[in-house]
Design a protein around this ligand. Structure first.
Ligand SMILES: Nc1ccnc(=O)[nH]1
Length: 382
């Protein structure tokens, strides 16, 4: 039996037996003791929306050109990618290492699929993830960034990607990009029904046009688990909250710059499943981001004007519990039986951690210490 006691930590010591938190009164012989230096244990967070095939993380700085519309961003990216010299696996892998050292336990990665790229981006991200299976769980969404109906061949590639490293079928603004709500959703839900894969649809479209699409997605999402990512149209409009809570639809938000952010309090109170993510990190779309989900919980709190300890904690819960639920991972509450996936941070309380966004002193995955003071440890033979 593999047994480790993390002691001198708050809110209480954690005994880990064979990768799970165990009842501390049953400590096996030969338990290894790790001193946590008085730090606070938190469930490891989940990045439920990141674009690792686009990142330049760990490689040459990219200077961005002005872009004011989604189309300009998409077109600028196609050009910028052509100049990237490091491979997808190298760039995505560098970002994975950094995110893991900052405590992230799992990713849902949106990865571009298009006739121009074939499945190279999916293969690259999967290769990086395979090399880090002991560090991070990675789900890949086959994402039609350049359009679905408007880029013939994309749907076929997305279906093929499911056998080659992808797990989820993506979508993108059925009206705003493809100009055909029912045509776009027919393809996505058709793929989901045939393959059993869940859906995750980017929806930037705002206002009534956005809300009409949310209604139609919720109406169709009976047998299929669907995530709507960004859902800017729901930032201010609360009239669909009950519908969403009763549906098979979850939401992700990224709390980016000037983009609308989904309100944590009202959505959580209504019972809507909400998770958070980094979105693009240091890529042709944005110079910002770092894959740190403790810092993302801070941005979510800042953008939603959190003040009370409860409001600050709720933002961390979106990153940790919302993300775990969205990815279908076990929830970590630091109680006996839970997976031993946690971080130890130098903070007096969860609220203080969300405000201070400290680098974890230790990152623990399945009971093994995998990072210390913001740095990955060399892989230890087990
Ligand atoms: N926020 C976004 C990042 C990347 N691609 C998108 O379509 N949207």
């Amino acid at each position: 039996m593999d047994s480790v006691l993390f002691t001198n930590i708050r809110p209480h010591d954690l005994l880990v037996v064979d990768g799970r938190i165990a009842d501390p009164s049953t400590r096996p012989e030969n338990t290894v003791i790790v001193d946590g230096g008085g730090a606070l244990a938190l469930p490891a967070p989940v990045d439920a929306h990141i674009h690792p095939d686009k990142t330049t993380w760990g490689h040459t700085w990219l200077s961005r050109t002005p872009a004011s519309t989604l189309r300009e961003l998409i077109e600028g990216e196609v050009k910028a990618r052509a100049g990237m010299t490091a491979s997808v696996a190298e760039r995505a892998g560098a970002l994975m290492d950094s995110a893991v050292a900052r405590g992230t336990r799992a990713w849902r990665a949106h990865v571009d699929v298009a006739p121009e790229y074939g499945l190279a981006n999916v293969h690259g991200v999967r290769e990086a993830a395979e090399a880090r299976r002991h560090l991070l769980d990675v789900q890949i969404v086959a994402f039609p960034q350049l359009g679905l109906l408007t880029r013939p061949g994309t749907a076929e590639l997305m279906e093929r990607s499911l056998g080659e490293g992808a797990d989820v079928i993506g979508g993108l603004d059925p009206l705003g990009i493809d100009g055909d709500l029912h045509g776009h959703l027919d393809v996505l839900f058709g793929l989901a029904e045939r393959t059993g894969a869940p859906l995750d649809i980017h929806l930037h479209d705002g206002g009534e046009q956005g809300l009409a699409q949310v209604r139609e997605i919720a109406r169709r999402a009976t047998g299929t688990r669907v995530t709507i990512s960004h859902a800017f149209c729901l930032a201010e409009a609360r009239e669909l909250d009950d519908l969403l809570a009763e549906s098979n639809v979850a939401l992700t938000t990224c709390a980016l710059g000037a983009d609308p952010v989904l309100p944590v309090g009202p959505l959580t109170a209504a019972g809507v499943l909400l998770a958070a993510g980094s979105d693009g990190v240091r890529d042709p779309w944005t110079p910002f981001g770092d894959g740190d989900m403790i810092a993302r919980a801070h941005l979510l709190a800042y953008r939603t004007d959190a003040r009370t300890d409860e409001e600050l904690a709720a933002c961390y819960a979106v990153a940790a519990h919302g993300g775990a639920a969205l990815l279908g991972l076990e929830r970590v509450d630091l109680k006996a039986g839970d997976p031993a996936d946690f971080v130890l941070v130098p903070a007096a309380s969860l609220a203080e951690a969300v405000v201070d966004r400290p680098a974890p002193l230790l990152v623990v995955r399945g009971g093994a210490v995998i990072a210390r003071e913001g740095r990955l440890l060399e892989r230890s033979p087990r």
